[in-house]
Design a protein around this ligand. Structure first.
Ligand SMILES: Cc1cc2nc3c(=O)[nH]c(=O)nc-3n(C[C@H](O)[C@H](O)[C@H](O)COP(=O)(O)O)c2cc1C
Length: 169
């Protein structure tokens, strides 16, 4: 691991705080030859898996972000400020298939050297992640209550495990 343990752990704690206080954080993806897209996510987990610092995100196939993340196995997670409630709601209700969310929010995409997905300049904390495993939740492996509550129309999440390769503050 090329960065400080406390750095990514504290950054992860901030992202959990944002989910608790603001309902979500931003997931940025960019498919091959496409513009970057922003989606609000509430379901993330973080920790050490396979000896690596990992953030996992759950994305339903109906999301435009799903196409991006399938085409390019990298993503960034950007932690919003308290003043971004409007953008969190908006990026969590509008599809990037019909609108350029960077343009509409006036957020600025910033690219690190050698990383194909941007972060959002206006956010204070960013994770750059490369996917090391992806899987799909399996209908028959759920208890019925969860199917009933979350998957009445199908649209079963894929889970993407991203190794955190950089934390930007
Ligand atoms: C607070 C909040 C949290 C969300 N969390 C998730 C999530 O973890 N996974 C998911 O697939 N959709 C989640 N969504 C829904 C997507 O953000 C929403 O469908 C969005 O419009 C998808 O954008 P896209 O089509 O540009 O990818 C969430 C929405 C909100 C408002």
């Amino acid at each position: 691991m090329s960065f400080d343990q406390d750095l990514w752990k504290n950054a992860l704690i901030e992202s959990y705080r944002a989910i608790e206080n603001l309902t979500g954080v931003f997931l940025v993806t960019q498919g091959k030859g496409r513009k970057p897209n922003i989606m609000t996510i509430g379901w993330i987990q973080g920790g050490i898996i396979w000896g690596r610092p990992i953030i996992s995100v759950l994305v339903r196939p109906s999301r435009f972000s799903f196409i991006h993340i399938e085409e390019n196995p990298s993503f960034t997670v950007c932690v919003p400020t308290d003043s971004m409630k409007r953008e969190i709601n908006w990026c969590g209700s509008v599809s990037g298939a019909t609108v350029d969310k960077f343009k509409s929010t006036a957020f600025t995409p910033v690219y690190s050297e050698n990383f194909s997905v941007p972060t959002i300049q206006e956010c204070p904390i960013h994770f750059e992640c490369n996917i090391v495993q992806k899987t799909k939740v399996i209908e028959t492996n759920f208890i019925p209550e969860i199917i009933h509550e979350y998957y009445s129309s199908g649209d079963f999440h894929s889970i993407y495990y991203g190794e955190i390769v950089k934390v930007k503050l």
